[in-house]
Design a protein around this ligand. Structure first.
Ligand SMILES: [Mg+2]
Length: 140
Protein backbone atom coordinates (compact mmCIF):
# COMPACT_ATOMS: atom_id res chain seq x y z
CA UNK A 1 0.00 0.00 0.00
CA UNK A 2 1.24 3.44 -0.89
CA UNK A 3 1.17 5.28 2.42
CA UNK A 4 0.77 8.64 0.70
CA UNK A 5 -2.29 7.61 -1.28
CA UNK A 6 -5.64 8.52 0.24
CA UNK A 7 -8.44 5.97 0.10
CA UNK A 8 -10.69 8.66 -1.29
CA UNK A 9 -10.22 12.18 -2.57
CA UNK A 10 -12.91 14.83 -2.50
CA UNK A 11 -13.20 18.55 -3.18
CA UNK A 12 -14.87 19.40 0.09
CA UNK A 13 -16.11 17.78 3.28
CA UNK A 14 -19.66 18.23 1.97
CA UNK A 15 -18.88 15.86 -0.93
CA UNK A 16 -18.13 12.90 1.33
CA UNK A 17 -20.63 10.03 1.32
CA UNK A 18 -21.03 9.71 5.07
CA UNK A 19 -23.85 7.17 4.80
CA UNK A 20 -21.51 4.89 2.91
CA UNK A 21 -18.80 5.30 5.55
CA UNK A 22 -21.30 4.34 8.21
CA UNK A 23 -22.36 1.27 6.23
CA UNK A 24 -18.67 0.33 5.96
CA UNK A 25 -18.59 0.22 9.75
CA UNK A 26 -16.83 3.53 10.32
CA UNK A 27 -17.84 5.14 13.60
CA UNK A 28 -15.38 7.98 14.12
CA UNK A 29 -14.64 10.92 11.84
CA UNK A 30 -11.41 12.74 12.63
CA UNK A 31 -11.17 16.12 10.96
CA UNK A 32 -8.17 18.26 10.28
CA UNK A 33 -8.86 21.98 10.77
CA UNK A 34 -6.97 24.24 8.34
CA UNK A 35 -8.01 23.79 4.70
CA UNK A 36 -10.46 21.10 5.75
CA UNK A 37 -13.13 22.48 8.10
CA UNK A 38 -12.52 25.93 6.69
CA UNK A 39 -10.07 27.93 4.63
CA UNK A 40 -6.35 28.29 5.01
CA UNK A 41 -6.51 29.37 8.61
CA UNK A 42 -10.14 29.87 9.61
CA UNK A 43 -10.86 32.09 12.60
CA UNK A 44 -14.41 30.76 12.80
CA UNK A 45 -16.41 27.88 11.40
CA UNK A 46 -19.15 28.59 8.90
CA UNK A 47 -22.71 27.80 10.00
CA UNK A 48 -22.79 25.10 7.32
CA UNK A 49 -19.81 23.33 8.84
CA UNK A 50 -21.22 23.65 12.34
CA UNK A 51 -24.47 22.01 11.25
CA UNK A 52 -22.68 19.33 9.22
CA UNK A 53 -20.72 18.28 12.30
CA UNK A 54 -23.92 18.23 14.34
CA UNK A 55 -25.73 16.08 11.80
CA UNK A 56 -22.81 13.65 11.64
CA UNK A 57 -23.04 13.25 15.39
CA UNK A 58 -26.76 12.56 15.04
CA UNK A 59 -25.99 9.91 12.40
CA UNK A 60 -24.05 8.04 15.06
CA UNK A 61 -20.49 9.12 14.36
CA UNK A 62 -18.06 10.24 16.99
CA UNK A 63 -16.40 13.42 15.73
CA UNK A 64 -12.88 14.42 16.70
CA UNK A 65 -10.55 17.20 15.63
CA UNK A 66 -6.85 16.66 15.06
CA UNK A 67 -4.81 19.74 14.17
CA UNK A 68 -1.16 20.62 14.11
CA UNK A 69 -1.96 24.20 15.11
CA UNK A 70 0.21 25.11 18.01
CA UNK A 71 -1.97 27.52 19.98
CA UNK A 72 -5.01 26.12 21.72
CA UNK A 73 -6.44 28.16 24.52
CA UNK A 74 -6.47 31.61 22.85
CA UNK A 75 -7.67 30.47 19.46
CA UNK A 76 -11.40 31.05 19.20
CA UNK A 77 -12.12 28.43 16.57
CA UNK A 78 -10.28 25.82 18.59
CA UNK A 79 -12.00 26.80 21.82
CA UNK A 80 -15.40 26.60 20.11
CA UNK A 81 -14.68 23.20 18.62
CA UNK A 82 -13.17 21.82 21.80
CA UNK A 83 -16.33 22.74 23.70
CA UNK A 84 -18.25 20.22 21.59
CA UNK A 85 -15.78 17.63 20.36
CA UNK A 86 -12.64 15.86 21.48
CA UNK A 87 -9.85 17.97 20.04
CA UNK A 88 -6.12 17.61 19.96
CA UNK A 89 -4.05 20.60 18.87
CA UNK A 90 -0.30 20.49 18.44
CA UNK A 91 -1.04 16.97 17.29
CA UNK A 92 2.32 16.36 15.64
CA UNK A 93 0.81 14.63 12.62
CA UNK A 94 1.99 12.38 10.99
CA UNK A 95 3.44 11.00 14.20
CA UNK A 96 1.27 8.38 15.81
CA UNK A 97 0.84 9.87 19.27
CA UNK A 98 -1.84 12.43 18.44
CA UNK A 99 -3.85 9.95 16.39
CA UNK A 100 -3.78 7.40 19.20
CA UNK A 101 -4.81 9.99 21.77
CA UNK A 102 -7.80 11.22 19.79
CA UNK A 103 -8.88 7.64 19.03
CA UNK A 104 -8.79 6.91 22.71
CA UNK A 105 -10.88 10.00 23.41
CA UNK A 106 -13.54 9.03 20.90
CA UNK A 107 -13.36 5.40 21.96
CA UNK A 108 -13.05 3.92 18.48
CA UNK A 109 -10.33 1.61 17.11
CA UNK A 110 -8.30 2.66 14.03
CA UNK A 111 -10.11 0.32 11.62
CA UNK A 112 -13.42 2.03 12.44
CA UNK A 113 -12.02 5.54 12.09
CA UNK A 114 -11.72 7.94 9.17
CA UNK A 115 -9.20 10.79 8.93
CA UNK A 116 -10.27 13.69 6.75
CA UNK A 117 -7.64 16.27 5.86
CA UNK A 118 -5.87 18.11 3.07
CA UNK A 119 -2.24 17.18 3.53
CA UNK A 120 -0.62 14.02 2.24
CA UNK A 121 2.42 14.15 4.50
CA UNK A 122 0.51 14.71 7.74
CA UNK A 123 -3.15 13.66 7.52
CA UNK A 124 -2.97 10.91 4.91
CA UNK A 125 0.39 9.43 5.84
CA UNK A 126 -0.37 9.39 9.55
CA UNK A 127 -3.76 7.78 9.04
CA UNK A 128 -2.57 5.16 6.59
CA UNK A 129 0.25 4.08 8.86
CA UNK A 130 -2.24 3.31 11.61
CA UNK A 131 -4.83 1.64 9.40
CA UNK A 132 -7.23 4.58 9.62
CA UNK A 133 -9.31 5.13 6.46
CA UNK A 134 -7.96 8.30 4.81
CA UNK A 135 -9.91 10.89 2.86
CA UNK A 136 -8.08 13.79 1.30
CA UNK A 137 -9.81 17.09 0.80
CA UNK A 138 -8.40 18.79 -2.22
CA UNK A 139 -10.12 21.95 -3.34
CA UNK A 140 -9.67 22.54 -7.06
MG1 LIG B 1 -4.86 21.09 6.93
Amino acid sequence: MNLLRPREQVRSIIDIDYDRLYRLGKRALLFDLDNTLGGRRPARLSPEVVSLLESLTKMGFRVGILTNRRIGTKDRVIVELAAKYPLRYRAGKPRKGGFKEILEQVGVPPRKAVMIGDRLFTDVLGANRLGIYSIRVRPT
